[in-house]
Design a protein around this ligand. Structure first.
Ligand code: TXA
Ligand code: MG
Length: 335
């Protein structure tokens, strides 16, 4: 299959909408990351998304809408709390989980009785949704378990030849996926931290609960090892030291928060100002560059766990899961 690269103008969006109406697959920018979209009410179309990503069928996808009133197509009812959250945070990086109507195909929800919905805050995504005239199911436009794409080139690298079209809409401003909140749990529960800070959500939902990363109520898609760079990643936190293995700094890359560390073969700094919003917007692109630099390991410095830092640390812990949390080499983890 040849993947068409479309411009983010009226013509490109009209062509992309036509692909969606014909039950094809289109990657498009949102404010968080690129999504791989298909007609959410067509099981056949959504099956193509799973196939292109090699995504397991037990992992449900998010449905995107052009307008808050479109949720009535998808959810059996809209509780007051959902309405308040939509009023305050939509369009934006907040996904809400509520019981689904029967017209939502089971492949979208992986057989769950609920469906996750959000209204993206990106002009191209909204224009595509309006032009397609239907909700669009879209997981992040990466191969399963790989880094989420924040540039259309990353999408082409992972999914070129496997999807019908990609809208080249520039870098995605937030850079980290949406916050997923389940409103069927009591109290309401964050299933995945993301682009809407938990502190802001608590202003509307004071008893909001943070689910443990792989606890019983976590999203099916938040597997302990979800974001896996091709190069091993070590997170510089306390914990067991990996036995026996030593690496020279020069063979490794450092993903630093505010300043580069000396002696590493390659350094990426997320935000010299120490701004977590800026850090999130650079996060996946920086990891992608380190992954492409042919290093023995990537060493990541923790960021403060507040605001978008909670989402960044969630992604880092997943990327590092299954490995020792510090290198067995003191030289590597002292500045
Ligand atoms: O920012 C985003 O959310 C991006 C853009 C494209 O919108 N999308 C995204 O989709 O990150 P995906 O498929 O990579 O992640 C969706 C997350 C997964 O953790 C999945 O398990 C969870 O949402 N999810 C989807 N439907 C769910 C449901 N019915 N119940 C619980 N979790 C659900
Ligand atoms: Mg994803």
């Amino acid at each position: 299959m040849e993947t068409r690269v479309l411009p983010p103008d009226d013509e490109g969006i009209a062509a992309a909408a036509e692909v969606v109406r014909r039950r094809g697959t289109v990657a498009f920018p949102t404010e968080t990351v690129y999504g791989l979209g298909a007609d959410a009410l067509s099981a056949r179309a959504v099956a193509k998304v799973f196939a292109a990503k090699e995504r397991p069928r037990f992992d449900p996808v998010i449905v995107h809408v052009a307008d808050p009133s479109d949720v009535e197509l998808l959810w059996t009812e809209v509780p007051l709390l959902a309405q308040s959250l939509m009023d305050r945070f939509w369009p934006g990086p907040l996904t809400l989980v509520l019981p689904r109507r029967r017209r939502v195909p089971p492949i979208v929800t992986a057989g769950l009785p609920t469906v996750a919905v959000r209204m993206p805050a990106h002009p191209v995504a909204l224009a595509l949704l309006r032009a397609a005239g239907r909700p669009i199911a879209a997981p992040s436009a990466n191969r399963f378990g790989r880094l989420s794409p924040t540039h259309h080139e990353d999408v082409l690298e992972q999914l070129g030849g496997r999807v019908d079209a990609v809208i080249a809409g520039g870098p995605t401003p937030v850079g980290i996926e949406s916050t997923v909140v389940s409103l069927v749990e009591e109290p309401p529960t964050v299933l995945r931290p993301g682009g809407t800070p938990v502190e802001a959500l608590r202003e509307v939902v004071p008893d909001l609960r943070l689910a443990p990363p792989s606890g019983p109520s976590a999203s099916p898609g938040t597997l302990p090892r979800h974001y896996v760079p091709a190069t091993p990643l070590y997170l510089l936190e306390g914990g067991p030291v990996e036995g026996g293995r030593t690496l020279d700094r020069i063979q490794c890359g450092i993903l630093a928060f505010r300043e580069p560390w000396a002696g590493f073969g390659r350094a990426e700094v997320l935000s010299p100002k120490g701004d977590l919003v800026e850090a999130a917007s650079h996060f996946f692109a920086a990891l992608h560059r380190l992954e492409g630099a042919n290093l023995a390991a990537i060493v990541a410095e923790p960021v403060p766990e507040e605001g978008l830092g909670i989402a960044i640390m969630d992604r880092l812990r997943r990327a590092a899961a299954g490995r020792a949390s510090v290198l067995g080499d003191r030289v590597v983890w002292t500045r």
